[in-house]
Design a protein around this ligand. Structure first.
Ligand code: HEM
Length: 513
């Protein structure tokens, strides 16, 4: 009898638990989104499937392309739904203008929920921090000590040394008639520049440190790729106790932690080993400073460097790669670029950063590369509060995805949008910006926009410009086949080339010692 009672009790208990779980799942995933205000609709929505909404339209390895297709079929300002998560998809330069100009504060959060103490996707980083005191403090430090004009002038020598090393490597390959993996060498160059500028040291290639760092970058990229859609439901899943990828994220994070711990210890022991005060010195001083505007922790410092390594390096090196691919596929561009470099830089020395101001065609090549191949094709944000945009209602906490890839290929905004045509940027970028203001559009967005736009754009232009200058000015190249394959692939959140670009450099001239 006792056994029967306990059996019935267990069945009943399981039944109640199942009911509770189903109700919870219903309210978290399937419950209807908030109704719009009377007289103000949601933006239009493509036909959707029951329960999953528009999820099936997004299941692709090239999400920016799927979203581009959806926008070309249903319009540039859409309301999508995945289960009960609403997403506003924007592919219109005028709506982007309204959002980033009139609603900049409202969309100043990325809305990506933090994974505990992880150094990437965690609560200590700048990328996903809300626009509060911590973000303001770090942004000020970044601009004054690393990325602003004065800081950049002070670190010019570091970049010049790294550009010389880069040239030396290519020259060595040319002498040995060996082929160069452009993506790999660009990654090494930017990696060394960023590490030298921010921590006063580079990761050594000799003792395998650089390889370990690259391994970590690859693991993060793989994780980000898998997490892309999961990010949308993480909040809901965590409410029912499911933490997607948490173990994997923490495992990679712990390895980054160990690596940075070693660097930080080395820095504390020998603070003056680098060339003057670097960002790590500045952050360590802020950590020790009891009167600092914001009390940062060691985790904040480590998260900053992880984001720097994974954000700044991939974006800039991928741009170098795409630029070289476009230049090789467009011999007329190559000819014009070489002519400009030969006439301004000459054939007795290497290009320097300070030359870039006098090389408008090189600047236009970099801009055109970023227009056609933005490393971050989708800019994600979140509406903090409900608002009205373009006459449509947007509820609070709605996710926003601006498809900058689509906007920068819009045939209504760009003549021959798929053609690589640097000349379109030659008529002074300033007048272009004035036109945008007059027309109330934002059509050039490789660095995002508004207060959360990229603070490293000026440095990005300089690093990419000098690297391309060195390759184009210093060498001829031999590639396998006539044309470079321009197929795209998403590596994490970075849009890059699906196939490695390799060429054998042939020396054009050797600079005088
Ligand atoms: C070609 C090179 C680069 C490209 C295309 C690029 C692109 C971007 C984009 C699209 C964003 C998001 C903007 C938004 O939400 O509106 C971003 C954010 C950011 N980028 Fe870059 N970036 C580049 C280089 C750099 C460099 C060199 C650094 C620093 C050394 C850097 C640091 C950052 C930081 C810290 C953020 C986050 C800003 C915040 O949340 O307040 N980026 N970048």
């Amino acid at each position: 009898m006792a056994a029967m009672i306990s059996g019935d009790f267990l069945d009943c208990f399981t039944f109640i638990l199942l009911c509770f779980f189903s109700l919870l799942c219903y309210s978290l995933f399937f419950k209807k989104t908030k109704e719009p205000r009377v007289g103000c609709d949601f933006p239009p929505s493509p036909p959707s499937l029951p329960v999953i909404g528009h999820l099936h339209l997004l299941l692709s390895t090239l999400v920016h392309k799927s979203l581009q297709k959806i926008s070309s079929n249903y319009g540039p300002f859409l309301h999508l739904r995945i289960f009960n998560t609403s997403i506003i998809l924007v592919s219109s330069a005028s709506v982007a203008y309204e959002i980033f100009r009139a609603h900049d504060v409202n969309v100043s959060s990325r809305g990506v929920p933090a994974v505990d103490d992880s150094l990437l996707f965690g609560s200590s980083g700048v990328l996903n921090a809300p626009c509060g005191d911590y973000w303001k403090f770090m942004k000020k430090l970044m601009v004054t000590k690393l990325l602003g004009p004065q800081a950049q002038e002070q670190s010019r020598g570091i970049r010049a040394d790294e550009i010389n090393r880069f040239y030396g490597k290519l020259l060595n390959k040319a002498r040995k008639k060996e082929s160069v993996d452009v993506g790999k060498e660009a990654m090494n160059l930017v990696n060394n520049i960023m590490c030298m500028m921010s921590m006063g040291r580079r990761f050594s290639e000799e003792d395998g440190e650089a390889e370990r760092l690259k391994g970590l970058v690859t693991e993060w990229s793989g994780l980000i790729k898998r997490m892309f859609l999961a990010v949308l439901f993480r909040r809901q899943l965590e409410k029912i106790g499911i933490s997607l990828f948490k173990n994997e994220i923490m495992r990679v994070s712990n390895r980054c932690d160990e690596m940075l711990e070693r660097v930080l210890m080395g820095h504390k022991e020998e603070p003056d080993k680098g060339q003057g005060k670097d960002m790590m010195d500045v952050l360590l001083a802020a950590y020790e400073d009891k009167k600092a505007e914001y009390k940062i922790t060691m985790n904040h410092i480590k998260a900053f460097f992880v984001e720097l390594l994974f954000g700044a390096i991939d974006t800039s090196s991928t741009t170098i790669l795409w630029a070289m691919a476009e230049i090789i596929n467009n011999p007329n561009v190559l000819e014009k670029l070489r002519k400009e470099l030969d006439s301004i830089v000459g054939k007795t020395r290497l290009i320097q950063e300070t030359d870039i101001l006098n090389l408008p065609y090189l600047q236009a090549v970099v801009k055109e590369t970023l227009r056609l191949h933005p490393p971050g094709p989708l800019v994600p944000r979140e509406f903090q509060k409900e608002c009205e945009i373009g006459g449509f209602y947007i509820p609070e906490k709605t996710r926003l995805v601006v498809n900058v890839y689509d906007i920068m290929r819009d045939p209504d905004l760009w003549e021959d949008p798929l053609k690589f045509m640097p000349e379109r940027f030659l008529a002074s970028s300033k007048s272009g910006q004035e036109d945008e203001r007059k027309e109330k559009i934002l059509k050039y967005l490789p660095f995002g926009s508004g207060r959360r736009g990229c603070p490293g754009s000026a440095l990005g232009y300089i690093v990419v410009g000098t690297a391309i200058g060195v390759i184009v000015h210093g060498f001829e190249w031999r590639i396998d086949g006539d044309k470079v394959n321009m197929e795209e692939v998403m590596e994490g959140v970075i849009l890059t080339m699906a196939h490695p670009l390799k060429f054998t450099p042939i020396t054009r001239y050797v600079p005088l010692p």
